[in-house]
Design a protein. Structure first.
Length: 287
């Protein structure tokens, strides 16, 4: 199985569960982590406090929430749990409510789960993969859906091309086209790129990695990956590093927490949508 399904114990899957509100839903997902000895109960409460402090940014795509918090002594190993609710419930997200699927992530460090989250983003972005999670009748079917080959990436209208108003050179970070490299025109008011995009969530470990993964797919399609670095980070670090970046990609709730940081902050509703992130980056880089 994939790294994603390797992190999800079959006994940490609960289908058609009842929850009165979002806190109860997160507790269900946290209890599954506790029952498989992945975490202590303190971690469940930490996941709830994260939403209380930063808002419902964990609802990263319609109907899906990724509950998580920072690594601490209550996390014994990196693991996931999966809860499908019998009746969807609101988490307070303006675009992605109500939530029917809740996965909890316990990360023992800042890197072991990155490949798994990239795979999860692919499953959620694929209509067939998402449908399989919504209709699975057994734990084995959930694991099959999560362990499947990565689905085809979401497509948009075309690869990035300059608009009539703002043509760009092959290197988007250049302040002008190098001598002898054609006749590309650069907006005279453009600011030289700092070669960095930040994706931000409350802890820098979960939802920001979804944004990073999807944004990297967009840059790969544009042919810009060698020019721009994308780094996932938390709100505290983002405030200190904002002016070193071209743009911050984040949720509406986190954008409110950040406030004015001196660079554009693009709010993304669906963290698995290449088309939404494509549009945001086109605005920033005048493509």
């Amino acid at each position: 199985m994939s790294q994603l399904s390797d992190l999800l114990d079959p006994s940490a899957i609960l289908l058609d569960a009842s929850a009165q509100d979002w806190r109860a839903a997160i507790r269900l997902s946290g209890d599954l982590l506790v029952s498989t000895d992945a975490t202590g109960s303190d971690y469940t409460e930490a996941m709830i406090r994260t939403v209380e402090e930063h808002g419902p940014y964990i609802v990263i795509t319609p109907g899906f929430a990724l509950a998580h918090s920072r690594p601490d002594d209550s996390v014994h190993r990196t693991a996931l749990s999966f809860v499908r609710l019998a009746a969807p419930i609101p988490f307070g997200h303006p675009a992605n409510d109500p939530v029917s699927l809740v996965m909890a992530l316990a990360a023992a460090d800042t890197s072991a789960h990155q490949a798994a989250l990239a795979a999860l983003a692919g499953v959620l972005a694929d209509p067939e993969g998402r449908r399989a999670l919504d209709t699975a009748t057994t734990s084995a079917e959930v694991l099959t859906a999560l362990g499947a080959d990565s689905p085809a990436a979401e497509t948009t209208s075309s690869a990035a091309t300059p608009s009539a108003a703002a043509a760009v050179p092959a290197d988007p970070t250049a302040s002008a086209a190098p001598e002898g490299r054609g006749s590309a025109v650069v907006d005279p008011d453009a600011v030289p790129s700092k070669h960095l995009i930040l994706t931000v969530c409350g802890n820098g470990l979960g939802t920001s990695l979804f944004l990073k993964n999807t944004a990297e797919q967009v840059l790969d399609r544009w042919g810009w990956s060698s020019y721009l670095d994308i780094q996932a980070t938390d709100t505290i670090s983002a405030k200190g590093r904002a002016t070193d970046s071209d743009v911050i990609l984040t949720s509406g709730a986190i954008a409110e927490t950040l406030g004015d940081v001196g660079v554009p902050v693009e709010v993304i509703e669906n963290f698995t949508s290449q088309s939404e992130i494509d549009a945001a980056l086109r605005r920033v880089y005048a493509v």
